[in-house]
Design a protein around this ligand. Structure first.
Ligand code: NDP
Length: 246
């Protein structure tokens, strides 16, 4: 028996990186898991196979988080395939950098659509489907609280927006025992932010531990917040950033 046995979870943007690790961690703890992806069908199917290898059911749904209708449809489809919904993890996110003075409208819109609007819309679609005692967990960033360098201003703002969303939504769904929380990764080794990338040493130097995190580090925090042990934690954030914001 594991602490998520029988639970049904949807993780957005989980064909690669942190989302894939979250999907696998939830399955290892006993949940059936649906994932969304934008382009990487093969990688999404690999994640489904890893979920199935734990003995749980897995489903991959193509849904562009920038597309409002696709987001809403994917939440409904996930709940249909899973036979209900207990856990929503809003993980899909994109990073488009550059100084504000030089950012294109297309990049600003893409960040807001994927990192902010899709979180609102997926949560909105999930609320009537979530079982009482359910979980909404979003992936923020250490940059939501502190922005130690330029070139990530709009991205950081998109993650800060999730702070107020999390607090407000926790108030709205709390009477049903549904908790709403954020997990804030620091530099984490993925395609988005490789540990050997050009900017990596600077980011590593900002952490107290002097090291990058692994996707599994973030997944462990999400699995904890999804578990019954976290029933009294809501409307808050948990940093998994190696002390980047210490
Ligand atoms: P990656 O770029 O490595 O992976 C992104 C995942 O999200 C992929 O599965 C990708 O799908 C999916 N995705 C991207 N855009 C869309 C979209 N429009 N619609 C649906 N799915 C999409 O990112 P990470 O794993 O590093 O990041 C995951 C989350 O963690 C993000 O919210 C990010 O902002 C946050 N974060 C990451 C940090 C880091 O250092 N890595 C630090 C702080 C926060 P596909 O494969 O189909 O493209």
């Amino acid at each position: 028996m594991s602490d998520l046995t029988g639970k049904r979870a949807l993780v957005t943007g989980a064909s690669r990186g942190i989302g894939a690790a979250i999907a696998k961690a939830l399955a290892e703890k006993g949940a059936d898991v649906a994932i969304t992806y934008e382009r990487s069908a093969d990688k999404a199917n690999e994640v489904v196979r890893a979920i199935e290898a734990t003995g749980r059911r897995g489903f991959a749904l193509q849904a562009d988080s920038a597309d409002a209708e696709a987001v809403k449809r994917s939440v409904k489809e996930a709940a249909e395939k899973l036979g209900g919904l207990d856990i929503l993890v809003n993980n899909a996110g994109i990073a488009r950098g550059g100084p504000v003075a030089e950012m294109s409208l297309a990049d600003i819109d893409a960040i807001l659509d994927v990192n902010v609007r899709s979180v609102v819309l997926a949560s909105q679609a999930a609320i009537p489907l979530l079982a009482d005692g359910g979980r909404i967990i979003s992936i923020g960033s250490c940059l939501a609280e502190r922005v130690p360098f330029g070139g990530v201003t709009v991205y950081s703002m998109s993650k800060s927006a999730l702070l107020a969303f999390t607090r407000g939504l926790a108030r709205e769904v709390g009477p049903r025992g549904i908790t709403v929380n954020l997990v804030h990764p620091g530099p984490t080794d993925t395609d988005m932010n490789p540990a050997q990338g050009e900017q990596a040493d600077g980011q590593r130097g900002l952490t107290a531990l002097g090291q990058y995190g692994k996707p599994e580090d973030v997944a462990a925090a999400v699995a904890f917040l999804a578990s019954p042990a976290a029933r009294q934690i809501t409307g808050t954030g948990l940093s998994v950033d190696g002390g980047a914001n210490a």
